[in-house]
Design a protein around this ligand. Structure first.
Ligand SMILES: Nc1ncnc2c1ncn2[C@@H]1O[C@H](COP(=O)(O)OP(=O)(O)OP(=O)(O)O)[C@@H](O)[C@H]1O
Ligand SMILES: [Mg+2]
Length: 494
């Protein structure tokens, strides 16, 4: 049954919608045309019926008056019967002036509310130019029969038209299903199943005579589109292969470069350590004059800068070569913070700065925190080094806070200073490699501009974030914030 319905297109939604639409339009048009047709027919029949009334005056009034005048009552009956035979005449009444009365029809039924009514006075002309009223004829017209006929005609015509519309709709449904929908379904299936492996061209199952219409244009367009897409995909595939190859080559080149840099840095650092050691010995040698001592001290400073540059280059190449290993271990943050403070004092001394270094560790921090202590220390000492380097008076503060929120364990490490600050336009780019806020700094302080880039890369590798904090507080001009997220805060076993 379902298969049969399918075969004639009953599962064809497009066809069904067309059919419903055509049925609605067909029914409305049928009602309108039938109404117009039958309205005209009704008015015609009404005019004809009214015409009968008008003709009574000319045709029947005189014979009837003669029959009444001559008391030929049989003739009166014949005339009135003839009149009442008209289906639209509902009631006829004749009252003679001598008191006789004739009626035809029922005055209480249709004639009570006639569609038209005429009253004729039957007058007999006497010889001496006088006339005498012989009777009054009352004729009432009812169009109920006309209306009933028109209604019956309306329904017959309407239902016939409707039946024709239904038959046409079912034929349409079948034709749409056969000529359009099944091809559309095939097109949809083809587009659904098209992929790199399925390269069959789309072909519709159609008779030759049906060809070269809109469906064929769609099929041709889809074929052309698939051809173009296949060509583009091939080109894209080749491009991806080329790019992957180029990427692999670039990676290899980068790795070779990083390896070379690492080896060179190591090879340079070894003799540099020896140079620094001997320069220190010369500078602190007691029997040396002031001038060579100053030379030795200057050379020591330069060698420290060179060492720092080497260290930074080595770190950067290790990051680029993905050789940085993150090791999370339970760490005593309180004692680590004290170490940071101590080494900050050492840096201050080295840079010969008369500034205060303060440490503020929140009391609510648990004793042990799971983190990569060595890389966090590297970041903090870079930040502290910068803070001391760029601050000539005032203080440098290291603050550690518990930033756990919504059950996510986190700690904030802030390094703040009261130095010159970082100009607004430079804040966005100081984390980039080889970038310094202002070129004058290079002359004044040295440095490679790699420190913060290394710090933010290390932070990223640890899943932490390093930002320049805009919320400046307590007279500090520069505040760096290192947020360590998802660090498990480990409580000591009780
Ligand atoms: N605390 C700070 N106060 C003012 N400026 C800062 C501060 N920290 C960083 N900067 C600015 O950001 C720039 C980049 O810092 P970064 O640590 O990357 O490089 P550097 O210190 O110049 O060189 P390197 O760290 O490689 O020796 C600095 O040159 C400086 O202009
Ligand atoms: Mg630095």
């Amino acid at each position: 049954m379902i298969a049969t319905l399918r075969a004639i297109g009953f599962d064809n939604r497009l066809g069904l919608r067309l059919v419903i639409a055509s049925l609605i339009v067909g029914s409305v048009l049928s009602v309108l045309s039938t109404s117009a047709q039958l309205g005209a027919s009704y008015f015609r029949q009404r005019t004809d019926a009214t015409l009968v009334l008008s003709r009574i005056e000319d045709t029947l009034a005189s014979p009837l008056e003669q029959a009444v005048w001559t008391f030929n009552f049989d003739q009166v009956d014949v005339i009135l019967d003839g009149l009442a035979a008209d289906p639209n005449i509902a009631f006829v009444e004749l009252q003679s002036s001598t008191g006789q009365s004739w009626t035809r029809g029922d005055p209480d039924e249709q004639a009570a509310t006639p569609d038209d009514q005429r009253v004729y006075e039957l007058v007999h002309k006497l010889d001496n130019n006088r006339s005498e009223l012989v009777g009054v004829l009352d004729v009432r017209l009812s169009l109920d029969a006309v209306r009933a006929r028109v209604w019956a005609e309306f329904w017959t015509t309407f239902l016939t038209n409707l039946a024709k519309a239904y038959i046409a709709a079912i034929a349409l449904l079948f034709l749409v299903g056969h000529m359009v929908s099944r091809h559309l379904r095939k097109i949809a299936d083809h587009v659904d199943n098209t992929n790199a492996d399925n390269t069959n061209a789309l072909r519709l199952d159609r008779a030759g005579s049906e060809k070269t219409d809109d469906l064929d244009r769609i099929v041709d367009a889809i074929d052309r589109f698939e051809c173009r897409t296949r060509e583009q995909m091939d080109a894209l595939g080749n491009e991806i292969i080329d790019r992957k190859q180029a990427e692999a080559e670039a990676r290899q080149a980068l790795s070779i470069r990083s390896q070379f840099l690492a080896t060179m840095s190591h090879e340079i650092r070894t003799p540099l350590n020896a140079i620094m050691g001997f320069l220190h010995l010369i500078a602190t040698y007691k029997d040396i004059d002031d001038k060579p001592r100053v030379y030795a001290e200057t050379a020591t400073k330069a060698s420290h800068q060179l060492m720092s540059l080497m260290n930074n280059s080595l770190d950067m190449s290790r990051i680029e070569a993905d050789a940085v290993e993150i090791k999370m271990t339970p760490t005593d943050i309180h004692s680590l913070a004290k170490d940071w403070h101590q080494s900050a004092e050492g840096m201050r001394h080295m840079r010969d700065k008369n500034i205060k270094i303060t440490l503020d560790v929140a009391r609510d921090l648990p004793p042990l925190i799971n983190m990569d202590a060595s890389h966090v220390t590297q970041i903090v000492s870079n930040l502290v080094d910068n803070a001391i380097k760029f601050t000539d008076a005032g203080e440098v503060d290291i603050a550690i806070k518990n930033a756990t929120s919504d059950g996510n364990p986190a700690i904030d490490i802030r390094v703040s200073d009261t130095g010159n600050g970082i100009p607004e336009d430079a804040r966005a780019r100081i984390f980039e490699r080889f970038t310094q806020a202002d070129s004058g700094m290079l002359r004044a302080h040295g440095g490679s501009g790699l420190g913060l880039a290394i710090c933010s890369e290390l932070a990223r590798l640890m899943g932490a974030t390093l930002t320049l904090d805009d919320r400046i507080r307590d007279g500090f001009t520069t505040v760096f914030l290192l947020r360590l997220e998802n660090v498990a805060l480990v409580d000591l076993p009780t």
